[in-house]
Design a protein around this ligand. Structure first.
Ligand code: ATP
Length: 231
């Protein structure tokens, strides 16, 4: 389980997170929603160690992670699919997947079969360059690369952004499989409300650096919650 407690995060003098507390549990999908610029990406970057926090604590499976570098968190089981995917355009699909080997022990350096079962397109495109894939295929590759690290927690920052509906369905199906069959904890940032409502066991809504609502997927129909999400 991931536990974030009272986290403050600053960019220079500007405070992006204000006393943020939340949890993501094994076998559950936790969605973080909110308008543009409210701090969702900052929270994900704090969790995976890409952005230092000034106060508060972040623990995963009972271990304090706050001062740990990103590779240590990856090794501890935190996988990250960043906003914009950040795949390597000049490396092949296979090489992109193999970059996920970095935190693994020698005996573990293989691509788990469920990566190709969830995203068969990756298998048929192993020799293609990442940059030649469509946006949706790149998103599947970014998820596949995170799965190569055998995470216990998968953090996804807006996986449906700019993706065509058929691939959004595939990604939704994959996320549900990873929760139900692989027992992962899933933490998902989303702007796409219907996607969250369908998938989420637990939702957090952010506004101006704070968590302003905590509930379940069905609560997304509540007008008070909608108020925080409409521009
Ligand atoms: N590297 C940075 N340097 C300075 N300010 C930043 C930086 N990254 C984000 N911010 C600011 O921090 C605040 C929160 O941004 P963040 O990207 O976390 O929000 P978000 O909810 O993820 O937005 P979006 O939905 O647009 O991705 C914003 O005011 C943003 O301008």
């Amino acid at each position: 389980m991931l536990t974030v407690s009272n986290v403050d995060l600053y960019y220079g003098a500007a405070q992006a997170l204000r006393g943020v507390s939340m949890q993501a549990r094994k076998g559950e999908i936790t969605c973080v929603l909110g308008r543009n610029g409210v701090g969702k990406t900052s929270l994900m970057r704090a969790i995976v160690g890409q952005q230092p926090v000034r106060a508060g604590s972040i623990s995963f499976q009972g271990r304090d992670m706050k001062g740990d570098a990103p590779y240590r968190r990856a090794r501890a089981g935190i996988g990250f699919v960043p906003q914009g995917r950040e795949i390597f355009p000049l490396l092949t699909v296979k090489e992109n997947l193999q970059t996920g080997f970095a935190p693994l022990r020698r005996a573990e350096k293989s691509i788990p079969p469920h990566v190709f079962e969830l995203f068969p397109v990756l298998k048929s495109m192993l020799a293609r360059r990442g940059g030649d894939l469509s946006g949706g295929q790149q998103q599947q590759l970014a998820i596949g690369r995170a799965l190569v690290m055998r995470p216990g927690l998968l953090v996804l920052d807006e996986p449906t952004e700019g993706i065509q509906p058929s691939i959004i369905k595939d990604i939704g199906r994959a996320i549900r499989y990873l929760k139900e069959e692989a027992g992962l904890a899933i933490l998902l940032v989303e702007q796409y409300l219907d996607f969250c409502r369908e998938l989420a066991d637990r939702v957090y809504v952010m506004d101006r650096g704070r968590i302003v609502f905590e509930g379940v997927g069905a609560d997304l129909d509540d007008p008070d919650v909608r108020r925080h999400l409409t521009v």
